[in-house]
Design a protein around this ligand. Structure first.
Ligand code: APR
Ligand code: ZN
Ligand code: ZN
Length: 361
C-alpha cells in the first residue's frame, strides 16, 4: 500500500522547484509515516536545489519539520500514531563506535527510511537530509521522530530540527558556554542568532553579536546579545577584544563558514578559549594560520555537527523551556508560507530578508 501526496521537488540542478504528486509507501519495519504540519526553509534545501550537495536528483526538499505520526511499522515502540514529533536527521543507532562509547550525539551510523518515496512515474526521490518534509506526508526512520509537548506551535517546533538546534547546541553542547562566560557569535543568521539565544540561556555575562548586516544585529539584540559589532565598518577582532577587557571572548562561535570569519573567531578568542565552527564551509575553502599561534593561544578548536545535539534529550527540553516563556523561539519564524511558495522563500533567504520562512501545511 501507498498514498499520493503533494510535495516540493527539485528536479534538476538550479531549476526552480516544482509542486508534484509523490508516492509515499506505508511504513515498513522500523519506519514511521508522518503528517507534516510545518517545515522551515533552510539554506541546505537551496544547496540541494543548486546541486551543491550531490547530483542525486530529483530531491524531495525540506527537513526542519514537525508533524503528527500517522502510522508506524513493525517493531516501532518509541513513537505511536497521534504523537506530535519533531523530525531529526540524526537517528541514533545505538551500535556504532560513538554510541558504544556513550557519545550518541556523534552517532556515525545514523539511518533513514529504507523504502523509497517516488514521483508518480516511479522515479525514486532523494529526501533532503533523509527527511523530505515539504510534503503533506513523509516516510522516515522511527528514530528520526522525537516526541515533544504538542502545546508548542508546529512552526517553532520544526525549526529545532535543524538550524536553531545547530546554533543553540553550538553554544550549549559544543562550546560548553557557562554562567559568566564571554561569548562572541560571528554571523547572526538563523544559526548564529540561535547561538546568541543559547549563550544567553547558559548564563553568559557578555554576548557579542558580529555581522555585516544591521538587521541581523538588531534581531540578535532582541535575543539577548549585550553588544553588537558591524564588522563591515569595524574590525571584528579589535572590537571583541575591546569589549572583553582587551583579552578576547571565552567562546567564539563561527556561524558563517568562511576562512576569513574563522580567522576572526580564532583571534577574537581569549588565551585558552574555545572556537566553535558551526558554519559549513564549501570544498574549495582553505584555512591558513601560523601554527605557532595555534599552539601558543591554546584552548580548543571545535566543530559542531548539528549542535552536537541528542534529539531525545535536547528537543523536549528546549520546547519545555520555550513553553515556560524562558526561550524565545518565536523570533525565528519571520513568516509562514504555503507549500507552493518555497521558491519565493529561497529568494528572500538569498537576500537576507528572513531568519526563517516556515511552510505551514
Ligand atoms: N562576517 C560576518 N557575518 C557575515 C559575513 C562576514 N564576513 N558574511 C555573512 N555574514 C552573515 C550574514 O549577514 C548572515 O546574517 O552571516 C549570516 C549567515 O546567516 P544565514 O545566511 O541566515 O545562514 P544560517 O542559516 O544562519 O547558517 C549559517 O551555518 O549551518 C550552517 O550551512 C549553514 O553555513 C551556514 C551557516
Ligand atoms: Zn537545515
Ligand atoms: Zn550510532
Amino acid at each position: 500500500m501507498s498514498q499520493q501526496v503533494r510535495a516540493v521537488v527539485a528536479r534538476s540542478k538550479g531549476a526552480p522547484v516544482s509542486l508534484e504528486t509523490i508516492v509515499v509507501p506505508d511504513p515498513g519495519p522500523g519506519e514511521a509515516l508522518v503528517r507534516i504540519e510545518a517545515c522551515g526553509v533552510c539554506h541546505t534545501d537551496l544547496h540541494y536545489r543548486d546541486g551543491g550537495i550531490s547530483d542525486d536528483f530529483p530531491f524531495l526538499l525540506g527537513h526542519e519539520a514537525a508533524g503528527v505520526v500517522e502510522a508506524v511499522g513493525d517493531g516501532v515502540t518509541d513513537v505511536a500514531p497521534g504523537d506530535f514529533v519533531v523530525l531529526n536527521w540524526r537517528a541514533v543507532c545505538g551500535q556504532c563506535r560513538a554510541c558504544r562509547r556513550g557519545r550518541p550525539w556523534y552517532c556515525f551510523n545514523t539511518h533513514n527510511a529504507r523504502q523509497k518515496m517516488t514521483l508518480a512515474d516511479g522515479t525514486e526521490l532523494s529526501p533532503a537530509l533523509g527527511i523530505g518534509a515539504f510534503a503533506e506526508k513523509t516516510l522516515v526512520a522511527a528514530g528520526q521522530c522525537t516526541k515533544v509537548d504538542p502545546a508548542v506551535s508546529p512552526a517553532v517546533a520544526g525549526l529545532l530540527g535543524c538550524g536553531v538546534m545547530a546554533g543553540i547546541g553550538a553554544a550549549l553542547n559544543t562550546g560548553g558556554v557557562g554562567r559568566g562566560d564571554s561569548v562572541a557569535v560571528i554571523g547572526c543568521g538563523g544559526v548564529g542568532a540561535a547561538a546568541v539565544l543559547g549563550s544567553n540561556l547558559a548564563g553568559a555575562a557578555r554576548v557579542i553579536a558580529v555581522d555585516i548586516d544591521d538587521r541581523k544585529l538588531e534581531t540578535a539584540r532582541g535575543l539577548g546579545a549585550t553588544h553588537t559589532v558591524n564588522s563591515k565598518e569595524t574590525d571584528a577582532v579589535a572590537a571583541v577584544r575591546e569589549l572583553t577587557g582587551g583579552f578576547g571572548a571565552d567562546v567564539v562561535i563561527e556561524a558563517v563558514g568562511r576562512p576569513e570569519t574563522y580567522r576572526q573567531a580564532f583571534y577574537a578568542r581569549d588565551l585558552a578559549g574555545t572556537v566553535v565552527l558551526v558554519g559549513v564551509p564549501t570544498p574549495e575553502m582553505k584555512l591558513e594560520l601560523p601554527l605557532l599561534d595555534v599552539f601558543g593561544r591554546g584552548g580548543a578548536l571545535k566543530s559542531s555537527w548539528y549542535g552536537d545535539c541528542l534529539p531525545s534529550r535536547d528537543f523536549p527540553m528546549l520546547i519545555d523551556l520555550h513553553l515556560q516563556g524562558r526561550l524565545d523561539l518565536d523570533a525565528f519564524v519571520t513568516e509562514t508560507i504555503a507549500l507552493d511558495e518555497v521558491e519565493k522563500a529561497f529568494e528572500r533567504m538569498h537576500h537576507g530578508d528572513v531568519l526563517r520562512s516556515v511552510v505551514l501545511l
